[in-house]
Design a protein around this ligand. Sequence first.
Ligand SMILES: [Zn+2]
Length: 427
Amino acid sequence: MTGRSVPSHVPLWLALERSARWSPETLRRWHAARLDEVIRHAYGNVPLYSPRGRPPAVHEPEDLAAVEVLDAASVRAVPIEARLAMEPPPGTDRSTTSGSTGATAPVLHPPVLRRYLGASLWRRDRARGIRPLRRRARMGVGGSPGEAARVVGRRRLRLDAGAPPEALARAVERFEPHVLIGYPHLLAEIAGHLEVPLRAQAVTCFGEQLDPATRAELRAGFGVEPLDSYGANEFGPLAWQCREVDAYHLNHELVYVELVDDQLRPVPPGVLGHVLVTDLVNGLLPHIRYRVGDLAAWSTRRCRCGHRLPTFERIAGRQLDWLVGAGGARIAPERLWMDLLVPIEAMTGAVERYRVHQHVGGDVQVSVVPRGAWDEVFAASVREAYQRELGPEIVVRVVPVDHISRLSSGKFPMVTSEAARALEPRA
Ligand SMILES: [Zn+2]
């Protein structure tokens, strides 16, 4: 964040602090009015929605049910031009998402959304008891070759998620961050390689579901209870735990979230449903009733912090298993995902969907649904990267497939390992 952008965040942050204390009824009324505007805007300006004719009037948030649900995969098949309401304004952030469903897509965050995201992160930090201007070390995908970490400004360390865990641990020890942010398995690897204990104020996770075993490992390794976040690249952070490490608060001002069953009926609190998200701020690339591909359940009670607005009790998101490398070494699954992601980004559009599976004997198969013709150069680069991580003894195959089916949870399995499960202690 530059010094110049700070003042524009403050009024918005204060407004978000106030709206977080609204009553559920006030939020409902606000959502109804905002959704009505969003639907009119999308039907009037976005080619994907405009052929549908007159927009349905939204008097109650439930009236949104008149709008068709769109899957992430089907939306991504629509050319980006047909999904834009206007030319991207200057200052729009462009990136590519790997997607929790294992499908790739371009992402556009206009300046107004970036301001809201910035302000909502301040609010999240405050709810987590993280003071401003703390030293932060945050993982990201990609970096300069041979450079595990880079100091940005005075208080930020950028960790290259693909760098070796020893190098990441040394960088973290030198920087002594107050806040450590990253992918759960990779953070667990860092914890395992620390030579001096790290006194972090907070450890926060994103990118995949934080399973109980990894949570326990992070707690033991860093001496604090990790705080989980859930998000999607199209929207940024969607739900997050406060300092009470209990329910997941939502950014209700940025997105309207529905949880529905297979017949698209709302699920009662405590029951897992498909996550549907409607953008309330991104007027450039509006998503309406967009099925992210994850499942979540509304809480049956308030968060321990007393927050009154609807929260998630649990999330069934992307799940990744540890992999087993040559000699039985444990390898964070995110490493393979990075290795696949980096070549994909270099060759945008090569991959529709992918899955990594390790058989009980150790062989690894990377199944790829190609977007166009099968590219042997791409396949070889992925195989090479995987072989580097896993060791030369592990057989790696990269194969084209027509289709990758969902698990019964509705998720696409991204990284699964029978070999790692065989090593787990039996209950
Ligand atoms: Zn809370």
